[in-house]
Design a protein around this ligand. Structure first.
Ligand code: KG4
Ligand code: ZN
Length: 341
């Protein structure tokens, strides 16, 4: 089974071909970083236009690199939400046109579900598993009972963790997306100086698994005040921030574990762009070892938005016979879990 996957929900135009044996036959990500740079964040209209300009060419290039014809595909998968609606529409409409022209099934993918399932593309992971989904728009802990069956255990009540990374990075003059830039500063940090920077741990020890990052962001802003930080101070602040985020994530995961029957759960999957952070992954791995859990995070290039995760989610869905009609709509909001928490 070979699936073409298209991702256009934010500022990456991405296309990949993946088969059911977990081979990525071709994989291309075109970042729009340059286009959005002057604005310090993603501008939805610019993103949609850039997807429109590049997607057809990227599909053709990816198919050529995969070395297969359209007749050899078994389905066309595309992100149908959640995301910036203009971009999602460009990707989904392209997928519909391709599905119609090639008479192959269309598979509309939830972007969050694709992040959630990426670890099954790279690792043998049994269901059920615990999922920490940490991206620019989301911060959730979910119990993945089955493909399509997600129980929400906790989520952010304000900012997503990636958003907190991006905003803190911006405060110290780093470009968007700030997460990777903030992480790069860690090598220069002085742990003793970092320990002296007092940052709040919102909701810590609260008897639920929800997150809050807005107060942390404000505390960083107050710490900086009107000063221009030296490079050393920036690095120390980056470490203090990482330590704080790690402690919050671990505390909330501890509470989430207390909310479920863990007897048949052996894996914590960390997914979404923030899962690319090696500091956080190391801390989470150490935590998991104390709970008899194995921590799995996809390789960095598959943590941030990409086409392979959409194609793989397409494989998982098509294997279960889940396909969509041409009237499936692009959705700006599309929660993973249904109803009950
Ligand atoms: O999943 P993703 O590519 O897009 C969304 O669906 O949101 O996540 C992007 C987010 C951004 O906030 C970015 O700063 C963050 O992931 N990110 C990181 C790292 N790499 C990406 N955050 C911390 N450390 C990183 N290494
Ligand atoms: Zn994403």
């Amino acid at each position: 089974m070979k699936i073409l996957g298209i991702e256009t929900s934010c500022d990456e135009t991405a296309v990949a071909v993946v088969d059911e044996n977990r081979n990525i036959l071709a994989h291309n990500v075109l970042s729009q970083l340059e286009e959005h740079l002057p604005f310090g964040g993603v501008v939805p209209e610019i993103a949609a236009r850039a997807h429109l300009d590049h997607l057809d060419g990227l599909v053709a290039r990816t198919m050529a690199e995969a070395g297969i014809g359209y007749d050899e595909l078994d389905g066309i998968a595309a992100t149908a939400g959640p995301g910036l609606i203009g971009g999602v529409m460009v990707g989904l409409m392209t997928a519909k046109a391709l599905a119609m022209a090639t008479r192959k099934p269309l598979i509309a993918i939830n972007h969050l579900e694709a992040h959630a399932l990426t670890a099954r593309l790279t690792n043998e992971i049994a269901l059920p598993f615990l999922l920490l989904l940490v991206s620019g728009g989301h911060c959730q802990i979910l119990l993945v009972r089955d493909i399509g069956d997600y129980k929400l255990l906790g989520q952010t009540i304000d900012d997503a963790v990636g958003e907190a990374f991006d905003k803190v990075a911006k405060m110290i003059g780093l470009p968007y997306p700030g997460g990777p830039h903030l992480e790069k500063l860690l090598v220069h940090a002085d742990p003793v100086a970092a320990a002296k920077i007092e940052l709040p741990r919102p909701l810590l020890k609260k008897k639920h698994a929800d997150f809050s990052f807005a107060g942390l962001k404000t505390a960083v802003r107050q710490f900086i005040g009107t000063r221009i930080l030296s490079e050393q101070e920036k690095a120390d602040l980056a470490l203090a921030f990482h330590e704080c985020v790690a402690e919050i994530l671990i505390d909330r995961l501890t509470h989430a574990l207390g909310m479920i029957d863990t007897s048949n759960i052996s894996t914590l999957v960390v997914a979404g762009g923030v899962a690319a952070n090696q500091y956080l992954c190391r801390e989470l791995k150490t935590f998991c070892a104390t709970k008899d859990l194995t921590m799995v995070a996809p390789p960095i290039k598959l943590c941030t938005d990409n086409g392979a995760m959409i194609a793989w989610a397409g494989v998982e869905k098509l294997q279960r016979g889940e396909v969509h009609n041409m009237d499936v709509a692009a959705r700006p909001r599309w929660p993973l879990y249904s109803g009950e928490k």
